[in-house]
Design a protein around this ligand. Structure first.
Ligand code: RRO
Length: 306
């Protein structure tokens, strides 16, 4: 079989189109578990960090997870070491990964986001910044990613603060995701990524069914996994019809065929999320399956040359 066609994404040369969805693969813990084998067979062509905030956060109280018949609801609530902790503790370890590092940041004010973008933008170990305006589990007071106007104002303030590629992680919890993507492109985003989780909730098992109580410590959560694959396809297609910047498509991808479908809908890269919880090597498997599908579609003579 021929080698994977490398992908150019915002000036980064990636070995294949499969990356991880932010917060779904802990590369530092995986290195502890799998040792240097992880570096030899890293499942993704770029690594996206879990979202960091300016100050450290403990995250939401437990329980934090609820399984649905075809998905997972999480209410993690952004636990992280904060900017300083990330730069001092995580970054040196993440910089050892054999692929470009994309750092995901989130703030509750434009000032916070600006400080995060500036500080991460100065670090040579970081190839690109993903700006999370889409977490369903934190009350920020400003639901910036749900409105084209508020996202435009935020990007207007922070875009000039770095020359690194800026990817905006869009929320599916809005009436018109394509309008928000258009605003991101107009204000200088280099790419958009979607979809984050769909706002969801679960009731406590065993509670009086007529007086249900929320199960998750954070009250509600975000739904991911196979249940949201069709929503992701529709939203990626809707965004692709309106913008010309590259799209990182994600939502329930568990096979090469699912990845191919999202590429067909207009994505340039595909992120694997929930499937990595079930199988930490899922990214590599999906990349291999996608490569087979691409080779199967290549005429035999070209295949020999590849
Ligand atoms: O940490 C979380 O609860 C979380 C985040 Br930041 C996000 O962007 N999406 C999600 O489903 N959970």
């Amino acid at each position: 079989m021929g080698a994977h066609a490398a992908v150019d994404f915002c000036g980064l040369r990636l070995a294949h189109p499969i990356v991880n969805a932010s917060g779904t693969f802990d590369a530092i813990a995986a290195r502890r578990t799998f040792g240097d084998e992880l570096l030899d067979e890293f499942p993704f062509s770029a690594f996206v960090s879990k979202t960091i905030t300016l100050e450290p956060r403990d995250g939401n109280p437990p329980p934090r997870l609820w399984e649905t018949p075809a998905g997972l609801i999480n209410s993690i609530g952004l636990p992280n070491r904060g900017l300083t902790g990330y730069l001092e503790h995580d970054l040196p370890q993440l910089a050892q990964l054999p692929v470009p590092l994309i750092t995901n940041v989130m703030g509750s004010t434009a000032d916070d986001v600006g400080r995060l973008v500036e500080a991460t933008g100065e670090r040579a170990e970081i190839a690109a910044i993903e700006l999370n305006v889409s977490c369903p589990n934190v009350r920020t007071g400003l639901d910036v990613g749900a409105s084209a106007e508020s996202l435009a104002a935020l990007l207007h303030a922070v875009r000039p603060l770095t020359r690194k590629p800026l990817i905006v992680k869009l929320t599916p919890n809005t009436a018109d995701v394509a309008a928000v993507a258009v605003a991101a492109e107009a204000e200088g985003a280099d790419a958009v990524s979607l979809i984050n989780t769909l706002r969801a909730t679960a009731f406590e098992p065993g509670a009086d069914p007529w007086r249900p109580r929320p199960w998750l410590g954070g009250g509600g959560g975000g739904l991911s996994g196979p249940a949201i694959r069709a929503v992701a396809l529709a939203q990626v297609a809707a965004v692709a019809a309106r913008v010309s910047i590259p799209i990182v498509g994600m939502g329930g991808v568990a096979s090469g065929r699912h990845a191919r479908d999202l590429l067909g809908a207009g994505a340039a890269l595909i992120a694997v999320g929930t499937e990595s919880f079930r199988d930490p090597a899922a990214g590599a498997r999906i990349a291999a399956e996608l490569k087979s599908l691409q080779n199967a579609e290549t005429p035999a003579t070209c295949r020999k040359l590849a």
